[in-house]
Write a protein that binds this ligand. Structure first.
Ligand SMILES: [Zn+2]
Length: 418
């Protein structure tokens, strides 16, 4: 030692590696390396050839280089080799996407343990009409299926073969999703939890190559629902004609306005016509019965030839399909509230489209073209926008109602949030 410097005695224990064992029985394969004496394992790195390696500092091999070929699973081979200048290198060839995870790098108990698992490489969210989209991307293919838990409301996805300990939560702060939390649920399965806000239905799909999952959580009750809009008349059939105004044009305009409101909230909208063309009544009901939407709404304007001039809004239902009457009542209330025309009530009416359709179906007579005051309002685009908003609000209330969702849950496998 140098004169004046404090005396220092260094004792090196010669650590030896005595063997290793690959256990592939779990979802996450585990490699155990037995050592005699203390050692430390470096953090895993990947070289240019894609081989994962980590080093035991100051540990020597009991025998010459050792190699193990795995027969299946994500670990292709494992090799232990002496390094020039001391130490031992552990090299592993892994299937693409898998990472080496060293739980405890100090290996004090004479047994170094390395797991080989997939990783969560990305948690992302963005808004789409009527829903929040959450992507949880993994470094390799996973078999992930979501399910829901209540109180508090949350959506859970288990990710087998994934290691996700120590990942901080991702704040989302959208209307339907508050945050995404990741944790290690079991030794070989990670769990993602979406804490939900005002959430309705959800749908999901696998990301390309099954590398994770994409969840869409609806923030509106119309999200994921199918609505058939039927603008009355069209083409060679103008409907009522007053003062040069054709009923078919008013109906189509309100239908297109309603379509936009529904689409903005994530509903699937189908129209019996979206231009000025002729469509037979039988074709309209056939479309409805082939599509079997969650709701059918036929839009008309009323007219009389009587010498009294009634004014106001009427809503009709006819079929005995569960909840056509409730759909009519909710929609009627909302349209009347928006338009403030005379409330001429919900009625049972023998109209073809509402009679021959096997889905919940209603027909709204927005106002009377034969009434001068009503007609003046109907000619105003802003008034027609209010009519569309009233219909949209009614559909939202109906599609969000407990009775509808209970009934729909029995009909279909679309996941329900409430
Ligand atoms: Zn009509």
């Amino acid at each position: 030692y140098a004169a004046g410097a404090p005396a220092r005695l260094i004792i090196r224990f010669n650590t030896r590696i005595t063997g290793f064992l690959l256990d592939g029985t779990g979802l996450i394969p585990r490699l155990s390396v037995s050592t005699v004496g203390r050692s430390a394992l470096s953090a895993p790195q990947v070289d240019a050839e894609g081989t994962t390696f980590m080093d035991f500092a100051e540990a020597s091999m009991a025998a010459a280089d050792a190699e193990l070929l795995a027969e299946s699973g994500p670990v292709k081979w494992v090799k232990l080799s002496a390094r020039e200048g001391g130490g031992t290198r552990l090299s592993v060839k892994l299937e693409e996407g898998y990472r080496a995870i060293v739980r405890d790098r100090s290996c004090d108990d004479g047994n170094a343990v390395v797991d080989f698992a997939l990783a969560v490489c990305r948690v992302e969210w963005y808004e789409e009409p009527g829903c929040t989209v959450v992507d949880i991307a993994t470094s390799g293919p996973v078999d992930a299926k979501p399910f829901r838990l209540k109180e508090p409301s949350r959506l859970v996805v288990d990710l087998p073969r994934v290691w996700a300990a120590g990942i901080p939560p991702s704040a989302v702060q959208s209307r339907s999703v508050e945050q995404v939390r990741l944790a290690q649920f079991t030794e070989d399965t990670a769990r993602a939890v979406l804490d939900l806000g005002e959430a309705w239905a959800y749908v999901w799909e696998a990301l390309p190559g099954n590398r994770g999952i994409r969840l869409r959580v609806g923030s509106s009750p119309v999200f994921g629902r199918t609505v058939l809009i039927d603008p009355g008349h069209g083409g060679t059939d103008p409907g009522s004609v007053r003062d040069g105004v054709f009923e078919k044009d008013l109906n189509l305009d309100m239908a297109l306005k309603l379509k936009q409101l529904l689409a903005e909230s994530g509903a699937q909208v189908v129209m019996t016509r979206d231009s000025d063309c002729s469509v037979q009544l039988s074709d309209r009901s056939r479309m409805a019965n082939e599509l079997m939407p969650d709701a059918v709404i036929s839009i008309h304007c009323n007219s009389t030839t009587w010498d009294v001039f009634p004014s106001g809004t009427e809503t009709y239902y006819c079929n005995a399909v569960p909840y056509s009457q409730e759909l009519a009542a909710l929609t009627h209330t909302c349209v009347v509230r928006e338009l403030k025309l005379m409330d001429r009530k919900v009625r049972r009416g023998d109209y073809h489209v509402v009679r021959e359709t096997c889905a919940p179906a209603i027909l709204v007579e927005v106002g009377f073209m034969s009434n001068g005051m009503d007609l003046q309002k109907l000619r105003d685009s802003e008034f027609r926008q209010k009519a569309a908003l009233g219909m949209f609000n009614g559909l939202s209330m109906y599609l969000g109602s407990e009775m509808f969702r209970k009934w729909r849950a029995e009909q279909t496998a679309v996941p329900q949030m409430r």
